[in-house]
Design a protein around this ligand. Structure first.
Ligand SMILES: [Zn+2]
Length: 123
């Protein structure tokens, strides 16, 4: 992603968050972290079906505030729009996972994973 366009998207999201109260500054900052970390947006989309409107993460379910994943998807779209307007690249505003990401290990799934690994090893 283009850093200048990412920061413009971040500034727009921060202004929107302050005006609307629909999310907070912490979530916008964490959304920026998602966009900067390789594979993190992909992971959020694969794991939580994150879109601008919906996200299956616990934070989104248990808070009235829009979660960092939805903010990150929104900032991604804004980034694409800025790039298209400035450079006429015709970039898609929807993020398509390519599978090029490090899978996140869910701590709750680790015992099962270890168990099945031993089963496989001892078979
Ligand atoms: Zn979320």
């Amino acid at each position: 992603m283009n850093m200048s366009a990412t920061m413009s998207a971040y500034n727009a999201a921060m202004t929107w968050a302050r005006r609307s109260g629909l999310t907070d500054e912490g979530r916008v900052n964490r959304a920026l972290g998602i966009l900067k970390a390789k594979g993190a947006l992909e992971r959020a989309i694969v794991k939580y079906d994150a879109t601008v409107d919906e996200c299956l993460c616990p934070s989104n379910a248990h808070s009235d505030l829009i979660c960092k994943h939805r903010v990150a998807v929104m900032m991604f779209k804004k980034h694409q729009r800025i790039m298209n307007e400035e450079f006429d690249l015709g970039l898609s505003e929807s993020f398509e996972p390519t599978g090029d990401y490090e899978p996140e290990i869910d701590p709750l799934e680790v015992p099962d994973a270890i168990e099945s690994w031993y089963e496989l090893r001892d078979a």
